[in-house]
Design a protein around this ligand. Structure first.
Ligand SMILES: [Zn+2]
Length: 524
């Protein structure tokens, strides 16, 4: 059924990209007086109508069902339109767009579409949130999934077009920073396909400073049965062993091995435990990423080799790894550190990922690191995952600063007051005295505050306090963004093109993407 015909039957404004056929019926999104509704237009006898809960209306021999955007209807929508279901991405280059508010997906989709050559080779992740972020923003894993589903549906993501199924873009869903089997179970139930295991609590941050007798004692005390080895056997396994790839060779002498094992041995054992749990509950293919980015000291190349070799020995299959790179990856601002040193560090990690995998290198806290994107694109050779989250919340605030200056000022003042408390779990070098007092900035200069690094960090780190459901900011912000959605999407689109284009839009990466990239393989 064409749009003109649909519009003649439905007297509500509709989102034209959302129109999707489902057998004899048509599904689409409309804007009703009380908010968005999923519309199902079908012949009265169509069994599809029974899948959705909504208000039925009779229209010239058609049944029109107007349905709330709730969890049950989202699940039925994914059942009817398979391209809205996330799937494993394997080794294709990929970008994660975490969304703490739940309204950003249309902006992310538009940015991906606006990057020449990025789609369909680039795997996109729209549903992505860590357990920590879910707790801070009071959202369930299911809500994260469903909000992404509605945004994708609105923009017509994946609707089979001219190229048919072969041209369909790939989409995954990332359950980020998982620390326990219970975290995994929640996210498996919600339909996630990409699982990021974070064993950082099991990394020994003191290992680099331990002196001899203490270091040996820590080595002897590793969980050897979990590691399926013995202290002497592990030493023997690495003695004289060469890991080679391209023009590089990595060897771990005894002192290096012992220190690497003390630092990362428990994390390896914990990862293997969670992997086995995940493989048992998923039963099908999935993507697995290991993140050790949130630790105090950088991951050396030798340590990376140790982690990969040990995970492999324990039967873990993974598609991505986030080491702690050289330099500083503070939230919401550009890379802080020496670019030449970063390139040396990153190039070595990328060579290890190709030689001992292949698997992708993942850039966590990857948003706004504009100065390193050319390096990462050059060195990763397509085996790259970008992970972003809070930067989309900042674009929502940028839009807010434009359409509701008083509310933006209130939020900034509140965030400034919260910052000394909320910064506790982050490593940031924010200087509060550089953040202008909200009351002295004229309305038309408020959006530009989102370009000031210290202000960005203040707003970024306090998102959980602002979005706390006990506070009135959340409903006011959501209502404003719903009423001004085009401004919100435009801000996101502009911002994400700046990320996706240098990383995935360059000629070299484009060639990889059109050649099919690295062959797709997945966790199991
Ligand atoms: Zn991370």
């Amino acid at each position: 059924m064409d749009i003109a015909h649909i519009e003649s039957l439905v007297d509500l404004p509709l989102y034209p990209l959302s129109v999707a056929p489902a057998g004899e019926a048509t599904l689409f999104l409309v804007r009703g007086a009380a908010g968005k509704r999923l519309a199902v237009l079908a012949r009265p006898a169509d069994p599809l109508l029974a899948l959705f809960a909504g208000e039925p209306v009779e229209r010239q021999g058609w049944q029109l069902l107007l349905c709330l955007l709730d969890g049950a209807n989202a699940e039925s929508l994914r059942a009817c339109l398979p391209w809205l279901r996330p799937a494993p991405l394997g080794l294709r280059p990929s970008a994660g767009c975490g969304d703490r508010i739940g309204l950003a997906t249309p902006g992310h989709v538009r940015a991906a579409r606006a990057c020449p050559g990025a789609l369909p080779g680039l795997g996109m992740i729209f549903a992505q949130q860590s357990i920590r972020e879910m707790t801070r923003s009071a959202r369930s894993a299911q809500a994260v999934m469903d909000d992404a589903t509605w945004g994708l549906f609105q923009e017509g993501w994946g609707v089979p077009g001219a190229g048919g199924a072969a041209n369909a873009p790939a989409m995954g869903a990332d359950a980020d920073h998982l620390k326990t089997p219970a975290d995994i179970d929640l996210c498996v139930a919600a339909g996630f396909t990409f699982f990021t295991i974070d064993p950082s609590e099991h990394v020994d941050g003191r290992a680099d400073d331990r002196l001899e007798p203490d270091l040996r004692a820590a080595y002897a005390a590793l969980p050897w049965s979990d590691l399926d080895s013995r202290p002497a056997a592990l030493l023997a396994a690495y003695r004289g062993r060469r890991f080679a790839g391209e023009d590089r060779v990595w060897q771990l002498d005894e002192a290096t091995l012992v220190r690497a094992a003390v630092k990362y041995g428990r994390a390896v054992a914990h990862t293997a435990r969670l992997y086995r749990h995940l493989a048992a509950v998923m039963r099908g293919p999935f993507d697995l990423e290991l993140s050790i980015d949130e630790t105090d000291t950088p991951t050396t190349h030798a340590e990376h080799v140790f982690i990969a070799a040990e995970l492999r020995r324990l039967g873990v299959k993974w598609t991505g790894l986030a080491p702690r790179y050289a330099g500083s990856f503070e939230k919401a601002v550009d890379y802080i550190g020496d670019l030449a040193e970063f390139e040396r560090s990153f190039a070595g990690h990328a060579a290890i990922a190709r030689a001992l995998g292949p698997y992708k290198l993942s850039l966590h806290s990857g948003s706004d690191k504009f100065s390193i994107y050319p390096i990462a694109a050059r060195q990763a050779r397509g085996l790259l995952h970008l992970k972003t989250a809070g930067t989309s919340y900042l674009e929502a605030l940028r839009a807010l600063a434009g359409f509701d200056p008083p509310l933006f000022r209130e939020i900034l003042a509140f965030s400034l007051a919260r910052f000394p408390t909320d910064r506790a779990s982050y490593h940031v070098s924010t200087r509060l005295e550089r953040v202008p007092a909200p009351s002295v900035v004229p309305d038309d200069e408020l959006p530009a505050l989102l370009d000031q690094p210290d202000t960005r960090q203040v707003l970024h780190l306090t998102f959980g306090s602002v979005l706390n459901p006990e506070h009135s900011f959340r409903p006011r912000l959501l209502a404003g963004l719903a009423a001004h959605e085009e401004e919100h999407y435009a801000a996101l689109e502009r911002h994400f093109i700046r990320h996706l284009q240098p990383l995935f839009g360059g000629a070299g990466v484009r060639k990889l993407l059109s050649d099919g990239g690295f062959s797709a393989a997945s966790g199991v």
